[in-house]
Design a protein around this ligand. Sequence first.
Ligand SMILES: [Cu+2]
Length: 339
Amino acid sequence: MTRRLAVLTVVCAELVFAGTAGDHPIENIFRPLSTPAHEISDVSFLAVIICAVIFSVVAGLLTYAIIRYRRRPGDSDAEPPQVYGSNQIEAAWTVIPLLIVFVLIMVSARVIASVQNAKPPANALHATVVGHQWWWEFRYPSLGIVTANELHVPLSDTAHPQPTFLKLESVDVAHSFWVPRLNGKTDVIPNRANDMWIDPHEAGDFIGNCAEYCGTQHANMLIHVIVQPKPDFERWVAEQQLPAVEDPSVAADKQAFLSVSCVNCHTVKGTSASGVFGPDLTHLMSRKYLASGVLSNTPENLRAWIKDPQAIKPGCLMPAMHLTDNELDSVVAYLRTLK
Ligand SMILES: [Cu+2]
């Protein structure tokens, strides 16, 4: 029991104070680093402080009354004097809470308006987030890029901000897009486009998760937002815009890939694979993870995933394709060339 408590305390402390733990950076609403996340965190701090002051006053008075007026030997059994209708006290406990609530309403309304009504500046990057059971598709219509699970955005330095504006859509059920260090949650609803924006001031890999229960693999629907200094981001864009590399040494493996039914669900730009049900694989090797953050993108994991995705992410919408070992080797060899 004490051990469990100790572990829990350590985990909580890590959640609050640490930014990263090993491979996976931790989500942390208390360490905002994007304009809207800062505003939200400031208003939450204000609310917490006001509540803490109210709690201290109430708990303090209560403790004082309990100690000061406790029953003592020799007290009579008669009721103490009863006081009714003090106008001053009534006025005080009506007006003070009203003022507090008024301040909270004004401050929250200002933050909500500034987060929700922000207009994209001319240089803003625009991207579309499409929620799927149980992965994320990221499209950059103006750049001609389609990718999955890892959203690359430019670093927005405070002198020359370049925010990213996201349009959120779903092809199936309701999801919710949440990267705690970058902004609050925004629902991702079928047949409706919601929007949100981020304006990250630090480069790095920031993790988020789907925040609306969307089915069995909801918990394995991680988001990585990769914030890159401008030149790195531009290099990434240029690479993503290219069609798949043609590597003659894997021509036979490519043929093997194109002849099994992967092509019905996956696109590899520049080949006959043009399915759109699953993630675009054109630049699969540029991603750090597979299956929306579930596996690191290593050759062994890639092989295990293609062999039987259901063993790794039970219930996910990619079926086990029952490939022979030779077919598996070929398909993995080909996919490994998709830089
Ligand atoms: Cu979801």
